[in-house]
Design a protein around this ligand. Structure first.
Ligand code: UDP
Length: 243
């Protein structure tokens, strides 16, 4: 397989074409960004840790029948994925209140939802990814009703799989964001699942293992991604691992 030209350079990942029909390469870089990229830093090993983390989670989801774009890990920072026609919506499920929800609705941090809460956000940096409803998505043609229902269903299905996977590792899955795309008439989970796009806390102490460490300047960002990775049984080259 030949890696071709760069087709997109996002905030933390670069996407390349390949000579394979319908396949792309995603490269996880060491860049960390927050607050719509107002805050930016390079963190050593981040690309590698996220590449291994994402591969592990996507494989677990596939094993449970949740279709996703992940094909194989190519090396420490790159993976081969299906080329999806991405839908410009972010799907968020929250088990515990944190982040924008607390600010928006004045809910206390750590409030436990009896039933997980689902939200759509419109993926548009210039607008700051606003919260939207199904009606907005239909009115603007971002996706059809069937697709929106499937995205919601799949996002909850991911919650069932990952909540228990993380619980077994002593980790609370607080919330997460997923993105979906179309592939030959079917919806597939795309983008990534890494500590950049979820909130994960130690089940006992509530120590933060995710990007909030970067957002809130808590320090040891990647070291904490690695604590979660290690607990989940994610392994990568020892030379690159912290002790
Ligand atoms: N999230 C993300 N990308 C975004 C917005 C949110 O990955 O552009 C993730 C975020 O890390 C958290 C969840 O989605 O796990 C819910 O985020 P929230 O709406 O609380 O917004 P934030 O606090 O990130 O502004």
């Amino acid at each position: 397989m030949q890696i071709g030209r760069e087709i997109n350079r996002g905030k933390t990942k670069t996407i390349y074409e390949t000579d394979l029909k319908d396949k792309l390469v995603i490269e996880f870089r060491d860049d960390a960004t927050a607050f719509n990229a107002l805050k930016h830093q390079r963190l050593a090993r981040k690309g590698m840790v996220n590449n291994y983390f994402n591969a592990f989670i996507m494989e677990k989801l596939a094993a449970k029948g949740i279709l996703n774009h992940f094909e194989s890990r190519l090396n420490d920072t790159q993976s081969l994925v299906k080329r999806l026609d991405m839908i410009k919506l972010e799907c968020v499920v929250r088990n515990i209140a944190a982040g924008s929800l607390c600010k928006r609705l004045g809910i206390e941090l750590g409030y436990n939802f009896e039933t997980p809460l689902f939200e759509f956000f419109y993926k548009d940096d210039a607008l700051g990814d606003p919260l939207v409803t199904v009606e907005h998505a239909l009115a603007f043609g971002w996706a059809n009703a069937q697709e929106l229902a499937t995205m919601r269903e799949l996002t909850f299905a991911v919650n069932t799989v990952l909540k228990s996977l993380f619980a077994d590792a002593g980790i609370l899955l607080v919330d997460y964001k997923l993105e979906f795309g179309r592939f030959h008439g079917e919806l597939f989970l795309g983008d990534e699942f890494t500590p950049d796009g979820c909130r994960i806390w130690d089940a006992k102490t509530r120590q933060i293992f995710d990007k909030d460490r970067f957002r809130q300047d808590l320090g040891d960002v990647i070291e904490n991604y690695e604590i979660a990775a290690k607990r989940l049984g994610i392994t990568y080259p020892a030379a690159a691992q912290t002790t």
